[in-house]
Design a protein around this ligand. Structure first.
Ligand code: HEM
Length: 403
């Protein structure tokens, strides 16, 4: 018998993509690794997952079946160097200090601090707030900062009004990125996009990057583009990285934010946290573990290799079932300590470990701090799941503080 929290999560996954709950639940029987006809190898074991992440001799992120291959069609072949080989090592070394804790906390305060204070005040005043929309606006704001777009730049690039309702404008930017992310639909069997999708993806990414060169030149050192410049990254790489970060960190982050609020409510763990506020970092880590918004990570096999006793052949695909692996640990609990076995597999592993991990922690921490500031648990007034999205989430999650 599934708990209410689990039922909501599975319904949410199915609303996004109907096959998702089935694959992620059945994925358990793939442990440690199992071949699925037409799709490739499914991995449901944390140690095997890490072995693959750490083996760039036999596995690639840029060949057919993996994210870098998708990207190369959208941004251009040069992105392969950004993702793999010497270019990737150089990039990761250069931007190693891009997202340190001190920097991410300051970034979050500067970009979404006022919005979060507004949220806190609205809740304290007894208002009902749609957290799903709020998360999209917060992330839209973060994206605009990341790609150096002021409100007037957003309006010029993708339309909308920058003189009146800024929330609507940031929401529009969020949906712009979401459309780009949703072009990932149907990439389960192959990451080769059809020409219409490639053309649309290029158009969307181009609009998103339109301000990067000028913003790069003028950006303050405390912005991401300004830091890229100070760290010595050239403008082309900074632009590629900014778009990559915007796409990697938009739907995933908004999904984690919204589902955190729902899951904590559905498990009663919001009350547990109010009783033990020092466990807030654990609540954030548990949110990422249980939601695992990047539910599946692809790699392609570049040379024959034996993994966990199975023979993987060059050209085959591998799917690491992140959600399945992380959820096998158990239900959400703010009292669960760090799990050494899964570490932070929700952020991948090895040389491609999520670059925005620290930023994600800072954003979720700031949101949860705003929600718990009044010391009162929240209740859910209305919820609707978002349909047909690559990264499943809520369409609406209206909450208010309990009396
Ligand atoms: C909850 C939110 C997020 C989750 C669950 C997540 C998850 C992941 C995962 C699983 C990977 C590895 C992909 C692979 O190996 O193929 C990854 C890579 C990456 N992520 Fe995130 N991510 C999140 C948010 C962000 C944010 C906010 C940013 C930046 C602002 C970001 C930037 C990146 C970048 C640049 C990479 C590629 C790193 C590389 O290839 O070296 N992510 N992310």
């Amino acid at each position: 018998m599934w708990s209410a929290a689990r039922r909501h999560e599975l319904t949410l996954l199915a609303a996004g993509q109907p096959w998702l709950p089935g694959v992620l639940l059945l994925g358990r029987i793939a442990r440690p690794i199992r071949k699925v006809p037409k799709l490739g190898w499914f991995v449901a074991d944390p140690l095997v997952a890490r072995q693959i992440y750490n083996d760039s001799t036999h596995f690639s992120i840029v060949s057919e079946g993996a994210a870098g291959h998708w990207w190369a069609q959208v941004i251009g072949d040069w992105v392969e160097d950004l993702f793999e080989g010497p270019g990737h090592t150089e990039l990761r070394t250069t931007v190693r200090d891009l997202f340190t804790l001190t920097h991410t906390d300051a970034l979050v305060e500067r970009v979404i601090g006022p919005d979060l204070r507004d949220l806190r005040e609205r809740l304290a005043a007894g208002e009902t707030v749609d957290i799903a929309a709020r998360a999209q606006i917060l992330v839209g704001r973060s994206v605009s900062d990341l790609v150096g777009m002021r409100p007037e730049d957003i309006a010029a690039a993708i339309g909308g009004d920058h003189t009146d309702d800024l929330d609507a404008l940031f929401l529009r930017l969020f949906h712009h990125v979401e459309e780009l992310v949703n072009l990932g639909f149907g990439t389960m069997a192959s990451t080769t996009l059809d020409p219409v999708a490639v053309a649309r993806a290029k158009e969307l990414a181009g609009q998103l990057a339109v301000n990067v060169p000028s913003a790069y030149a003028r950006a303050d050192p405390d912005t991401t583009l300004g830091r890229c410049r100070e760290l010595g990254l050239d403008v082309e790489h900074a632009a590629g990285l900014a778009i990559l970060m915007a796409v990697a960190g938009t739907d995933t982050l908004a999904s984690a934010m919204t589902r955190m609020v729902a899951i904590m409510h559905d498990t009663g763990q919001h009350r547990a946290l109010l009783g033990a506020p020092e466990r807030l970092p654990d609540a954030v880590r548990e949110t990422l573990r249980v939601t695992s918004p990047a539910y599946l990570v692809g790699r392609s096999v570049t040379a024959d290799v034996n993994i966990a006793g199975r023979e993987l052949r060059a050209g085959e695909h591998v799917k690491i079932l992140t959600w399945t692996i992380n959820n096998a640990v158990g239900d959400f609990s703010v009292h669960r300590d760090y799990v050494p076995e899964t570490r932070q597999l929700w952020f991948g592993g090895g040389r491609h470990l999520c670059l925005g991990a620290q930023l994600v922690h800072s954003e979720l921490t700031a949101l949860l701090a705003a929600l718990t500031a009044a010391g009162t648990p929240w209740q859910i007034v209305e919820r609707r799941y978002r349909r047909k999205v690559f990264i499943p989430t809520y369409e609406t999650l209206r909450i208010r503080l309990a009396n």
